[in-house]
Design a protein around this ligand. Structure first.
Ligand SMILES: NC(=O)c1ccc[n+]([C@@H]2O[C@H](COP(=O)([O-])OP(=O)(O)OC[C@H]3O[C@@H](n4cnc5c(N)ncnc54)[C@H](O)[C@@H]3O)[C@@H](O)[C@H]2O)c1
Length: 258
């Protein structure tokens, strides 16, 4: 597939780190101008400074006023938004507990960022896309939105919501020239998840090695491998795909490794 994003303006939430920053770098390499949007303003500025054409914006995805301001700043700088990548997200690491003990605060924290935040940002960004009669949205879900996992009920529910919301947005926005797809990463090595995979001494933890036996490729993804999937969904020549869920999970959801 030809990949060329020259002249495209791509707005990525949660782009100060992890999958978001890797995606910003990858798409910029194809010629895109990147809006690096993150609650971590200093981090967003650091990533933007590395890229040839970029704007850092401070954005908490839960806040409609932040989203409106970020859209205005983008339109002022670049004149339009071609693609929105709804990537910002959090998971529960410390509160891995059964549903009957799942803390209410943690439930609301995860759902408000992972699901409500995606709605808040999409609503703001889609308006100028509708006016232009074209655009793309890529929503970052998770394998657990398809195949549930124990002890992470808020994350599992929010990501299932992201997948189905993607379909409903695709139905509404297709007639307006806007394609909406989602991508489900499996396990991905980021600064955050490295702590889960590697112990204090830097060796792969036995528990995670057991977990990886259920993944046909036998290892977590690097962030760059997820960015390749996102690039595929952004690429203008990939023009007849909407409402789709792209699994980038090393085969995790293909079946049982028994
Ligand atoms: N890492 C994985 O194993 C994995 C697996 C499946 C899905 N995902 C999904 O991929 C996406 C990126 O995850 P990651 O692992 O790169 O995470 P990460 O923690 O490395 O990065 C997330 C980014 O989002 C930003 N952020 C957090 N809350 C925000 C808010 N309220 N508003 C704006 N920005 C906010 C953070 O500052 C950070 O820069 C998330 O949606 C996550 O659920 C990750």
């Amino acid at each position: 597939m030809r990949t060329d994003l020259t002249g495209q303006v791509i707005f990525i939430t949660g782009a100060a780190g992890g999958i978001g920053s890797a995606t910003a770098r990858r798409l910029a390499r194809e010629g895109a101008s990147i809006v690096v949007a993150d609650i971590d303003k200093a981090g967003a500025e650091r990533v933007a400074a590395e890229l040839p054409s970029a704007l850092a914006v401070s954005l908490d995805v839960r806040k409609a006023a932040d989203a409106e301001r970020a859209v205005e700043a983008t339109l002022e700088r670049f004149g339009r938004i071609d693609v929105l990548v709804n990537n910002a997200g959090v998971n529960t690491f410390k509160d891995r507990v059964d549903i009957d003990a799942f803390p209410e605060e943690e439930w609301h924290r995860v759902v408000s960022i992972d699901l409500d935040g995606l709605y808040v940002v999409s609503r703001a960004v889609v308006r100028p896309m509708i006016e232009r009669g074209r655009g793309r949205i890529v929503n970052i879900a998770s394998v657990v939105g398809v195949t549930a996992m124990r002890l992470q009920s808020a994350f599992v529910a929010a990501k299932a919501g992201v997948i189905h919301l993607t379909r409903s947005m695709a139905l509404e926005l297709g007639p307006k020239g806007i394609l909406v797809n989602s991508l489900a990463p499996g396990s991905v090595l980021t600064e955050g998840t490295k702590k889960l995979f590697y112990g204090e001494d830097g060796t792969f933890r036995a528990q995670m090695a057991g977990f990886m036996q259920h993944v046909p490729l036998g290892r977590p993804a690097d962030v760059e491998e997820i960015a390749e999937g996102i690039l595929f969904l952004c690429e203008p020549s990939n023009s007849y795909m909407t409402g789709h869920l792209l699994m980038v999970d090393g085969g995790w959801t293909a079946g049982f490794m028994f």
